[in-house]
Write a protein that binds this ligand. Sequence first.
Ligand SMILES: NC(=O)c1ccc[n+]([C@@H]2O[C@H](COP(=O)([O-])OP(=O)(O)OC[C@H]3O[C@@H](n4cnc5c(N)ncnc54)[C@H](OP(=O)(O)O)[C@@H]3O)[C@@H](O)[C@H]2O)c1
Length: 314
Amino acid sequence: MPRAVVAARYGGPEALEVVEIPAREPAPDEVVIDVRAAALNPIDAKRASGARGADPSKLPLRLGFEASGVVIAIGAPGLSGADGQPISEGDEVVAFRVPGAQADELNVPAKDILRKPPSLSFEAAAGLLLVSTTAEHALHVIDLKAGETVLVHSAAGSVGRATVQLAKHRGARVIGTAATRHHDELRAMGVEPVAYGDGLLERVRALGARIDAAVDAVGTDEAVEVSLALVPDPRRIVTIAHARGIIDAGGIEIGSGDPEGDEIRDAARPELVRLAGAGELIVPVVATYPLEQARAAYEFLAEGHAGGKVVLVP
Ligand SMILES: NC(=O)c1ccc[n+]([C@@H]2O[C@H](COP(=O)([O-])OP(=O)(O)OC[C@H]3O[C@@H](n4cnc5c(N)ncnc54)[C@H](OP(=O)(O)O)[C@@H]3O)[C@@H](O)[C@H]2O)c1
């Protein structure tokens, strides 16, 4: 029987279990994937904790939103994926957005499948799309243009890394906050790194750039205050981390689940997979764990400094 990671009750990593789930024939619009890798994201831990609603009737709660694997069954002939490519058994694919993706077998609507480029590992493919579609959505709402300067808070986090690379693709100057141990890596990506913490505003000002827009991927008071102090138009500040100060000042909050935003994210998937396949968008995998060690994987993610994707490998 297939197995899946669930929160057996609302709580921390200790509340997670790997349970057997019933296998199901694919519906006519679905394919079945033998999962090779499934990524973790902070939202999984938030959902498991009950911070996003603690309805007991939803327990055990399946976790995860993205995976990669090999197609092992197709619901009906002639199905195509989100990239418009026909899907066949044996295809190596990326699946996003798939609730409950942390499992070793998944039924997925064909519309949420894309062909995995051969150059991309299953692990990297599994962790690509949640963060990079978020990054693309953020850059879309701040309308970042070539020649402008953007400040990205938490540039070494997974969303931050995708954001800075996609901002560079747009031709922007990118300043990113991160712990100093990430600075060389960020410089190599064409980013001007600054350490977060006391004195951040002065350190950014010392770079002498007019800051046209900001992306907050961390939600700290510091990220709020520095963004509001530097960006002349608050509508060009976006928070993905629910920073109340940004929202109250007229900035923009984005999240998945808003239909307009999901449309932007879904439409971005094929190009993001193409860029990753071409080596032009890199979301590094920093740790892999067997499915059975999901608790350890969630514990590592909870430390908050992973600096890349944490991935389960069934
Ligand atoms: N709204 C949405 O649609 C959406 C989508 C995806 C994620 N999110 C949210 O966005 C946040 C980041 O997600 P993620 O996947 O990028 O997480 P992640 O990969 O775990 O990255 C977290 C990063 O935060 C950095 N950090 C920690 N403390 C910091 C501080 N005080 N100032 C600046 N950076 C700091 C760490 O960088 P250092 O190593 O440099 O310390 C770490 O790399 C989470 O809250 C997540 O739930 C929202």
